[in-house]
Design a protein around this ligand. Structure first.
Ligand code: ACO
Length: 428
């Protein structure tokens, strides 16, 4: 942010004129600073869903929704998706630069060394309801990390925050895989420090049933790419949640657990599950695509996987995912019926003025679920995979906030429209 105090806008109100500074971001975006508004005018702003409100300055991710641009630390998502690995991208998102090979190895080794979870924690996860939604179980498990690792729960201590970063990155796949194994009644599999991050997660999840050979390589590539594509997305609902909780100086484990809870909602991370359920419903009910879209247009339902608060053009991640989906499905003997249905649904929606006029395009979730399903992940694990991908972003935002000189506890105002003062019955 360049602090361009010479640029101002004037707010004319009943009591006078207030000059407000305008900041220019590195991509030329203008942001009006409202810090003095309440004190000078007695007025607040009303911005439901924070659609026009920047709550912080950030150097992590740049999005231009109209142009379909997404960059982590300046690097276009298209390059990272194809040329980077999840660990390299995670390092970039968290620490700000692509790692030298030695640094990447060091990072990877630390994650291997910390992938185990304490036996008591394993028992705690095993005692949770086995058919509960894995996002609820994962949030619960992550919340308890602060209790198991009190030596890395102090946000004021940089070394502790760094140690917690490694622990979170290292243990989340182990936690996720254990929850999955429990849900299918199989014995949990311990991490294997001879495997890379993604392979280890796939093995802890599927065990001997994990595909090998060419298909195994494609699986690894696909999971890795999907994690890269989800690694950060600036101030989305879950990341904003992590920041809000962290702003109270809650530890990073509690903050990330809150992010997982926010992500579980069907308007956010739960959308990839909702897309699959929608496709299955269309298939099972036998409704035509045209009739289904009529129901959407009549507001009886939403077309899940379409639309985005920020992208008013193709979500750049959805393009990469569509290519990946075709590659994976090509490897299978029989074409996937839900993928075929998704292709038809997308084509029909993109020709319909209801969607084009509202700039509703496929988002990252439209094809993600189809890919995960083909890999053998059950529908309720899709959002868990999203959380594994988003973890570096949550961590990076939590850490960035700790060093922000403008850091304050998050405390929005409200526009009160309730009752005026009234007397309690019998009190005059
Ligand atoms: N299907 C049908 N109509 C839609 C959809 C949709 N998926 N999304 C938006 N619209 C319509 C709205 O009804 C509204 O129409 P109107 O102006 O006639 O009232 C208009 O488009 C604008 O919609 P908003 O709700 O204002 O858009 P908003 O930015 O608040 O919502 C959201 C974004 C929540 C993602 C929405 O598009 C949606 O619900 N999509 C489906 C769920 C989904 O795929 N979520 C994943 C998001 S990506 C992610 O979290 C990784």
């Amino acid at each position: 942010m360049s602090d361009d105090k010479e640029r101002t806008v004037e707010l004319h109100y009943e009591g006078g004129v207030l000059k407000l500074p305008v900041f220019t971001g590195t991509e030329g975006e203008s942001t009006i600073e409202l810090k003095t508004l309440l004190g000078s005018t007695g007025m607040t702003t009303l911005d439901p869903g924070f659609g026009n409100t920047a709550s912080c300055s950030s150097k992590i991710t740049y999005i231009d929704g109209a142009a379909g641009i997404l960059r982590y630390r300046g690097y276009p998502i298209e390059d990272l998706a194809v040329h980077s690995t999840f660990l390299e991208t995670a390092y970039l998102v968290i620490y700000g630069e692509l790692p030298e090979p030695g640094r990447l190895k060091e990072f990877s080794d630390k994650l291997r060394d910390n992938a185990d979870i304490p036996a008591e924690m394993g028992a705690f996860i095993d005692a949770m309801p086995r058919n509960g939604h894995p996002m609820a179980l994962m949030a619960g498990a992550v919340n308890t990390l602060a209790a198991y690792y009190e030596d890395s729960a102090d946000p004021e201590d940089e070394d502790q925050v760094e140690l917690a970063t490694i622990r979170l990155m290292a243990k989340l796949p182990t936690i996720a895989a254990r929850i999955y194994r429990n849900s299918i009644g199989e014995t949990p599999i311990d991490p294997d420090d001879s495997l890379d991050y993604v392979d280890n997660f796939i093995r802890m999840t599927f065990g001997d049933k994990a595909p090998s050979g060419e298909l195994g390589d494609l699986f690894n590539k696909a999971v890795g790419m999907l994690l890269v594509l989800h690694a950060d997305h600036e101030l989305n609902c879950s990341t904003a949640t992590v920041r809000v909780v962290g702003s109270a100086k809650a530890d990073i484990f509690a903050s990330v657990a809150s992010g997982i809870n926010a992500l579980s909602g069907p308007s956010h991370g739960g959308a990839n599950q909702a897309v699959l359920e929608m496709l299955e419903e269309i298939r099972d009910s036998g409704i035509s695509i045209e009739d289904f879209l009529e129901k959407v247009k009549a507001r009886e339902m939403r077309l899940m996987g379409f639309g985005h608060r920020v992208y008013k053009n193709f979500d750049p991640r959805s393009k990469e995912i569509k290519v990946l989906a075709s590659q994976i499905l090509d490897q299978h003997d029989s074409p996937d019926e839900l993928f075929a249905l998704a292709l038809k649904l997308e084509a029909a929606a993109l020709q319909d003025s209801y969607f084009t006029e509202r700039k509703l395009y496929p988002n990252v979730d439209f094809y993600t679920g189809v890919i995960y399903r083909t890999m053998g992940f059950p529908t309720n694990m899709f959002t868990v995979l999203f959380a594994l991908g988003r973890l570096p972003g949550w961590i990076a935002h939590y850490r960035e906030q700790l060093h922000d000189p403008a850091f304050r506890i998050a405390r929005p105002r409200q526009h009160y429209v309730g009752s005026n003062e009234r007397r309690y019955p019998g009190q005059g």
